[in-house]
Design a protein around this ligand. Structure first.
Ligand code: SF4
Length: 185
């Protein structure tokens, strides 16, 4: 793997390690060429951030690029309220709080703190149900922190040649199934 990992790889890698190769391969193409409906709906949740329409307040950091030298990660945070010191990751709908959601906000947290921002609170926000889910800081959840660090390490050391067996359910829901040579659907 390259030295710095896009934060978006964390969730992809949990879904299927091989998918990060297709993600990297096709990131330079128009996303509409290979994205499917769930991905496009998720992206629309971030549209107001990407177009800077969420807030004009000076104490809201949005569409902000972050990186971590320690974990070799980079990406963009969703919303950071400088006043309340709360970092928020918005999702279109939250049916279950997957580990990937937690690791994504951890990654944003580590990037921001490494860049000297004082982050005190983390939260996931469900846009459809207007519901907020507080997330413990990594220092308050050692098990998830260890899992996060193992995930980053696994991605850094992953080889496409490693033995891997997918499931039909995953391949059927994978946006790269038409491109993947071991897809089983
Ligand atoms: S098609 Fe299946 S094996 Fe290939 S990347 Fe997607 S989930 Fe993984």
């Amino acid at each position: 793997m390259e030295d710095y990992i896009p934060i978006s790889y964390l969730n992809d890698f949990i879904f299927c390690p091989r998918s990060i190769y297709f993600h990297g391969l096709y990131s330079c193409f128009d996303k509409s060429m290979y994205s499917q409906a769930p991905q496009l709906r998720g992206e629309s949740a971030h549209k107001s951030i990407d177009t800077k329409t969420y807030s004009d307040k000076k104490d809201i950091l949005q569409d902000f690029e972050v990186y971590s030298d320690k974990y070799k990660l980079f990406g963009k945070i969703d919303i950071f309220d400088l006043k309340s010191k709360k970092l928020i990751e918005r999702k279109r709908e939250i049916k279950h709080i997957y580990d990937g959601y937690i690791f994504q906000i951890y990654a944003h947290y580590f990037c921001l703190t490494e860049m000297d921002f004082d982050v005190k609170y983390l939260a996931l926000y469900d846009l459809i149900h207007n519901k907020t889910y507080p997330v413990l800081l990594p220092s308050k959840n050692k098990i998830m922190l260890e899992k996060f660090e193992k995930l980053v390490d696994d991605i850094q050391n992953y080889s496409l040649q490693a033995n891997f067996t997918s499931t039909q359910e995953k391949c059927e829901n994978c946006i790269y199934s038409n491109l993947c040579d071991i897809s089983i659907c």
